[in-house]
Design a protein around this ligand. Structure first.
Ligand code: G6P
Length: 499
């Protein structure tokens, strides 16, 4: 593989078994126009794209993703490929240009009005349209073609997420020996939910063309195996070895809990100081002696934002003496706003914030500070480091990296994580968090009280255990596990060929 090139001396960096081809809907870098109309490059903001970028730089792979706008097109030119990052030119970013209709039907339509709600268990929120499904198939075909063009016999293909359930089968048909891995970043539902989908068989068939299929936690793996077992009579499902034999091919289904770049986050958090925190509180009208609870979310109905606000309302209502003692800061990022469900959510969140502020607010104190504009990194670092409590209340969430980012930022071991038991993160962090069921408003309100009154010794004990976990099970460890599984699958394949 390329990692033997000798251009890396980072002993901890995960080794990649071959030439890596990553396929994701979102691209690691996007081009934008600045105020003068010049094309400028946006750096990866965080999460997976930011974490994979250094790996790609090291192994000089190929990244295939949706090229999202005019500025991308202008910067890319006619050949559809740009070298990234701009100054290093270490790897190929191959952009797939989608028409408005493709975006509407493949991204907003099938991906986010069917697969997103379905995977999170929300069959009532799914909306099926034949046109969306046909576009999803067609766009998967366009990405699959790009993969086939990019690979050779040493390649490892790594698909990201639910935008590409069909592409693996399409690649397999053209390149029977390709080594294909896939990570599904959201939950996988039980069969009784999944069977509601008219395209259930096609989706399973597409994913079973992979050699390795990863989920965050073992329960999602078992759900997937059960779906295959129920849907396909001719599939052999091994629940102990997490393996499916189907159509002459073996797929290994494995749990890889995604982690964060804990060292990098800790370093950023440590760069914030109490001075900037005091300034932030003053700017936003938060009383100096008020504690702060924080929520950071993409505005998505899976995140339980309305339920969280309800719990806060219950908290202040039942404890008038706490009014003014705890302020809640909601950092919200608008998301998928062309979809009515997301517009409804935005309205519901707005209304809840206004209602609460109206009900309890005074001249000196606003209970909920809602921030939907951009925060500079100093402010964000200070928020993550100095907020006393983090509230993560997702109704269903494959992992939830915000919880891990908060923990990694707690360089003083001083904050408290309140965590929904409906997240993948709960499997790793539940033991040392204050666990809530987001639907249990009173229990949630009590957890907020417990979090803000917890004594220092207990806070330290819990937070240092949490920090240890996110540092150990970090992003590099995750990638190393995924690549090791890919390598094993490749080796098993060559063994089988030799026999
Ligand atoms: C989730 C998905 C990602 C997606 C992200 C942001 O985390 O698993 O694949 O990129 O949400 O959503 P967006 O639709 O804006 O890409």
């Amino acid at each position: 593989g390329r990692t033997d090139d000798g251009d890396s001396n980072d002993a901890d960096a995960p080794s990649v078994p071959g030439d890596l081809v990553v396929v994701s809907n979102r691209q690691p870098y996007s081009h934008e126009y600045d105020d003068e109309g010049n094309v400028v490059v946006d750096e990866p903001a965080g999460g997976l794209t930011a974490g994979l970028d250094p790996v790609m730089q090291r192994v000089h792979g190929t990244w295939i993703a949706w090229g999202d706008g005019e500025a991308d097109r202008e910067a890319t030119g006619d050949d559809d490929v740009v070298r990234m990052p701009p100054d290093e030119e270490a790897y190929d970013l191959k952009r797939i240009w989608l028409s408005d209709d493709e975006v509407e039907a493949y991204y907003y339509g099938y991906s986010n009005r069917v697969l997103w709600p379905l995977s999170h268990g929300g069959i009532w929120k799914t909306e099926y349209a034949n046109r969306h499904w046909r576009r999803y198939q067609q766009v998967n075909g366009r990405f699959a073609d790009a993969v086939v063009d990019a690979i050779d016999e040493d390649s490892v293909v790594w698909f990201q997420d639910y935008h590409f359930a069909l592409a693996p089968r399409m690649v397999r048909e053209e390149a029977p020996d390709a080594l294909l891995t896939h990570f599904w970043h959201i939950t996988w539902p039980g069969w009784d939910t999944f069977r509601a989908c008219p395209q259930a068989d096609d989706l399973l068939d597409g994913l079973l063309a992979n050699d390795v299929l990863g989920f965050h936690v073992e329960r999602y793996c078992q759900n997937f195996l059960d779906c295959v077992d129920q849907a396909f009579e001719d599939a052999f499902v091994d629940y102990e070895d997490n393996r499916v034999q189907y159509d002459g091919h073996t797929t290994y289904v494995q749990a890889f809990p995604l982690g964060v770049d804990a060292d990098g986050i800790a370093e950023s958090a440590a760069s914030a100081d109490e001075e900037s925190w005091r300034a932030f509180k003053q700017d936003r009208g938060i009383p100096e002696d008020s504690k702060v609870a924080l929520g950071v979310d993409r505005l998505d109905y899976t995140k339980g934002i309305v339920e969280r606000l309800k719990a806060l309302e219950e908290f202040w209502k039942g404890r008038p003496e706490r009014q003014g003692e705890l302020t809640y800061v909601q950092k919200a990022d608008e998301s998928r706003s062309l979809i009515p469900e997301y517009q409804n959510l935005q309205t519901n969140v707005q209304e809840a914030v206004e209602r609460i502020n109206e009900r309890f607010g005074t001249d000196e104190w606003t209970p909920v500070i809602y921030i939907d504009d951009w925060l500079d990194s100093d402010e964000l670092n200070a928020l993550y480091r100095y907020s006393d409590v983090m509230l993560v209340s997702a109704l269903r969430d494959g992992m939830n990296l915000v919880a891990k980012e908060y923990v990694a930022s707690q360089v003083d071991d001083d904050g408290v994580l309140v965590l929904s038991d409906q997240t993948g993160a709960y499997e790793q962090l539940g033991e040392h968090s204050l666990v809530v069921n987001p639907h249990d408003t009173e229990g949630f309100a009590r957890a907020i009280e417990d979090a803000m009154t917890m004594d220092e010794a207990e806070r330290r004990e819990r937070m240092s255990a949490l920090r240890e976990n996110v540092h150990e099970e970090n992003l590099d460890a995750w990638m190393a596990d995924v690549f090791a599984a890919a390598e094993e699958a490749g080796e098993r394949r060559s063994d089988a060929d030799r026999q």
